[in-house]
Design a protein. Structure first.
Length: 384
């Protein structure tokens, strides 16, 4: 399992390490905010388009080949800019990294599910999410140090080496998991399955968690600067968010597997905590920022392992890649939609109202989850 956790770390570290460092570029590769926005959108756009495609391919030929191909492609794409060291090649490298991550990220999730029994899915996805959270945490910090020491080229060199090492490690340690025979599926069958609440509810919760995480990472530092706080204090707030998510995920997964926390209860509680965190971010000063970061981290830490475990448990094993790819697409839409919503509302009013708008939206999801849980409980037969 450790190579799969390392793959999760790689995608998180690569995404946030570069995204947080592009604006601090010292090699003049990023010449304007428009260029910066294009480079960020290029990576995310590739993931939105290609994750469902590679997830389906993993079901067809096996998740391991897609995992290995994606990791080697990530290393190669990173090496492109490391070798060329040209602003023009940065676009090609960023696009290649996004396409490669689209391959190995859902494949790693599918293998986590295939290589663990259903009774241990919570633990497995909790550990997988823990290592991704470490990548999210170290990405901006270590990425900034690398760019300061040797520019973007050094960061891409490290990513090329990291991708290659994890690829070789996975080749040696990850067992062959052959694709399972599948009943022919039509487009209508796929649409029905993806429209089923069993798929939609966890995926919507994962999208909400990712939206809040992106808003926290991107906008809490802005709130800190507005409150007159220094870079150290605002950076610490973002680290608190990632650290809380990392600590909560394995524990939430174990509680789910041990029967101490149901998926519905955990998702509802996670959405509530996330909405409360965004509401706290509306408060002025360091207290609001830290409370917001901690609660958003706790909420996303609850949602992530429970959401993925629920998807894995409700999906036929031969369709795991397709489901994980579609769920990852939902997360990418949340990743883009959350900051966009907050930015639009903030541009018309203030950032405080931007936080409030997303808090209301996620809070409505929490209320819906609680209502569904009460209805399901009321409809269940009573024990005598």
């Amino acid at each position: 399992m450790r190579p799969l956790y390392a793959a999760g770390f790689t995608t998180a570290f690569g995404a946030h390490g570069i995204a947080a460092s592009l604006g601090a570029d010292t090699d003049d590769a990023v010449t304007s905010l428009l260029v910066l926005g294009g480079l960020l959108a290029l990576y995310d756009g590739a993931e939105v388009l290609l994750k469902p495609v590679f997830g389906t391919l993993a079901d067809r030929i096996g998740a391991r080949p897609v995992l290995l191909g994606g990791l080697f492609a990530f290393a190669a794409a990173s090496a492109v800019y490391a070798v060329a060291d040209s602003p023009g090649w940065l676009w090609a490298a960023r696009l290649g990294q996004g396409a490669a991550a689209s391959a190995f990220s859902p494949s790693a999730s599918a293998l986590v599910a295939r290589l663990n029994p259903a009774a241990k899915h919570g633990r497995a996805f909790g550990s997988y999410g823990f290592y991704k959270s470490i990548g999210y945490t170290l990405g901006p910090l270590l990425g900034g140090v690398l760019v300061w020491a040797g520019g973007l080229r050094l960061l891409f060199i490290v990513l090329a080496v990291l991708g290659a090492v994890v690829a070789v490690w996975s080749m040696v340690a990850v067992p062959v998991v052959p694709p399972l025979p599948k009943v022919r599926q039509t487009v209508l069958d796929l649409a029905r399955r993806l429209a089923d609440p069993v798929f939609l509810a966890p995926t919507a919760a994962l999208a909400a968690a990712t939206a809040a995480l992106s808003v926290g990472v991107g906008f809490l530092p802005v709130s800190g600067r507005t409150a007159g706080l220094g870079a150290v204090a605002t950076g610490a707030a973002v680290s608190v968010l990632a650290a809380c998510a990392a600590v909560v995920q394995p524990r939430a997964g174990r509680a789910r597997d041990d029967g101490r926390l149901s998926t519905r209860t955990g998702l509802a509680a996670g959405l509530s905590a996330t909405a409360a965190g965004l509401a706290c971010a509306m408060l002025p000063g360091l207290t609001g920022i830290l409370l917001g970061a901690a609660l958003i981290g706790i909420g996303t830490g609850l949602i992530t392992p429970l959401g993925f475990a629920a998807l894995a448990s409700s999906t036929p094993p031969e369709r795991l890649g397709q489901t994980m790819g579609a769920a990852e697409l939902g997360r990418e839409l949340g990743d883009a939609g959350g900051p966009l919503l907050v930015a639009v509302v903030a541009s018309l009013t203030t950032l405080t109202y931007g936080y409030g708008a997303l808090a209301v939206l996620i809070g409505a999801g929490a209320v819906l989850a609680f209502v569904r849980r009460r209805v399901a409980t009321a409809g269940a037969p009573r024990r005598r």
